[in-house]
Design a protein around this ligand. Sequence first.
Ligand code: ASP
Length: 304
Amino acid sequence: MRHDHITSARQLTREDIEAVLDRAAEIAAAPDAVADRHAGALLGLLFFEPSTRTKMSFSAAIKRLGGDVVDMGPVESSSVKKGESLADTVRVVEGYADALVLRHPSEGAATMASEYVDVPLINAGDGAGQHPTQTLLDLFTIRENAGLDDVSIGIMGDLKYGRTVHSLAHALTNFEVTQHFISPESLKLPRKVRYDLHQAGSTVKEHTGLESTLPSLDVLYVTRIQRERFPDETEYRKVAGQYQIDAATLADAREALTVLHPLPRVDEIAYDVDATAHASYFRQAHNGVPVRMALLDLLLGGER
Ligand code: ASP
């Protein structure tokens, strides 16, 4: 891979994506072969927002490659509380680590921070912007279940604030995919993302309901309404609880439909879906480890 920093899925070509997914498949099949591959490597974790999967799977990934983490820990106990700027924080921490993983509530934070450091910086979510490594594990799971060409993918929920949606939508333009976007009017895909998809020549369809689209889908990617991004709680309440699915909803779906969700789920997917053959969201979360191992391996480099 020729990138130093991974800040947006927009920068990823089909070749880049396939390199990561192929490497992830190799690693998943034979994890012991890479157990010491990056012995001594340190990954700097800078999480300015809550995280379970991204932070823990990056930790697991570097440790399974023989390395370790240096973790800033909670913002409350860091020098950020004393007024340190993000630019200063990353310049300091790059001296402690071989690569940095940054999650921040401000859109554009990772791109800005990446301009201050020489070690690879990975965007682990910047506000309502991008979340490119989530996309890589989403693509890995889609490829496992449905393949990545000639597929119909429905993306449902909070398309406005959902950063995993923006990244996935951009990355899917590299493949022969029909993208169906299903959301309330107020949470439609941002104009700039829609514009990029049209520029890339992607087939894009927008809907306010799932019913008519569901039978044609190979994959349904459900997302949480991003409550923390709403400027106004009353606006959140207007859309909360809409766009939920349960096992009965899926009666009209293809037998092979794969249901994904970046997690955490709140109430978008009823628990009765978990027992169906459609449910692939836990597997998707687990795929975060081999996919992040592959990405770190490619970014940290070294002889193989
Ligand atoms: N975990 C994902 C993210 O950080 C999805 C979500 O929070 O809804 O963007």
